[in-house]
Design a protein around this ligand. Structure first.
Ligand SMILES: [Zn+2]
Ligand SMILES: [Zn+2]
Length: 329
């Protein structure tokens, strides 16, 4: 098998040829069809997460087909599966025991602790995979498995909100826009100042308003979702939400948050992060997605051009989601 590997922090991917991974009893071997590109992959490249076990194969938005099983897999050979960020949880800690396995003390994640989907094949614990309809499009389904899921969890944690501000308008934002509009909510999109193309894209998708993150919200927001890894957006978003509103940070890594006056938090405004996902989030969201109303805008790259895809994500050249396609070329 070929795999694209980060050998250490700050290094681009290199292609390696490896033997296929060995399977434990709950594992499946998946022939990768597509793998979405996530900002977290850049954080892994840059060494911005704790204790990355280099060399590591990134990728945690995988659609593929099961080609082998370890014998105790609940998913059979031939099934089409989706692989998301959550790779394993202990099942025993206080978080696992209370329906919050996303916070498990021993959790392991695909493309971070466990080799991910920038490869011809990957190994995954079937109990953490999502069996998909055989007819799903691997290209438009891949971005749902992190961008869509984390957006969905962020939106849920925003609570009962009508006007939703979204800060950082990439893969997660453009999918959660569709989820929010489907639920009858309104979306206000904040992009990098002067990014007219992305603002136009947000309006096309149905956002009520789109502007730069240096502009005040045109009306008080009920909630704000921050997907850009920019800590300075936190006090800005707090100013945009009304009393009792929530600011939800959806990214795994963010630059430091500047200090801000307590008055901006006063009025029972809430500030919280979203960490990972539970399997229940995955089942709930993939069931919602199966209704068919989500249409991610995808730019595809051959798997061997993964470094180009990551560079385009970093530079802001992408609109929507990037997906690597494994042509076994
Ligand atoms: Zn646990
Ligand atoms: Zn991700």
């Amino acid at each position: 098998m070929r795999a694209w590997v980060f050998a250490g922090p700050g290094l681009d991917l290199v292609e390696q040829t490896r033997p296929d991974p060995e399977l434990d009893k709950h594992d499946i071997l998946i022939r990768v069809a597509t793998c979405g590109v996530c900002r977290t992959d850049l954080h892994v490249r840059d060494g911005e997460l704790a204790d990355i076990p280099y060399p590591i194969v990134p990728g945690h938005q995988v659609v593929g087909d099961v080609v082998a099983t370890g014998g105790a897999s609940p998913i059979p050979i031939g099934a089409r599966v989706g692989v998301a960020w959550l790779g394993w949880t202990c099942g025993e800690c206080r978080y696992c025991a209370s329906g919050r396995e996303n916070l498990c003390d021993g959790a392991r994640f695909h493309g971070y602790h466990i080799d991910g989907g920038y490869a011809d094949v990957m190994r995954a614990d079937a109990r953490f995979c999502f069996e998909l309809d055989r007819g799903v499009d691997p290209v438009t389904t891949a971005p749902l498995l992190c961008a869509g899921l984390i957006g969905f969890r962020s939106l849920r944690l925003a609570g009962d909100a009508q006007r939703i501000g979204i800060y950082g308008y990439g893969s997660a934002a453009h999918i959660v826009t569709q989820v929010a509009l489907h639920a009858g909510q309104e979306v206000f999109a904040f992009t990098s100042p002067g990014d007219d193309a992305t603002q136009a894209f947000a309006r096309e998708l149905g956002a009520s308003w789109a502007g730069g993150s240096d502009e005040a919200a045109p009306a008080p927001l009920d909630a704000a979702l921050i997907f850009a890894p920019v800590g300075a957006l936190v006090p800005k978003a707090l100013k945009d939400v009304r009393k009792g509103g929530a600011v939800v940070c959806g990214g795994i890594h963010m630059s430091d948050i500047p200090s801000f006056p307590y008055a901006d938090l006063w009025g029972e405004r809430q500030l919280r992060s979203v960490a990972n996902l539970t399997r229940q989030d995955g089942h709930d969201f993939m069931a919602l997605a199966a209704e068919g109303f989500l249409t991610p805008k995808v730019t595809t790259y051959p798997m061997r051009d993964a470094n180009t895809a990551l560079a385009d994500l970093r530079s802001g050249a992408l609109t929507g989601s990037a997906v690597l396609v494994n042509n076994s070329d």
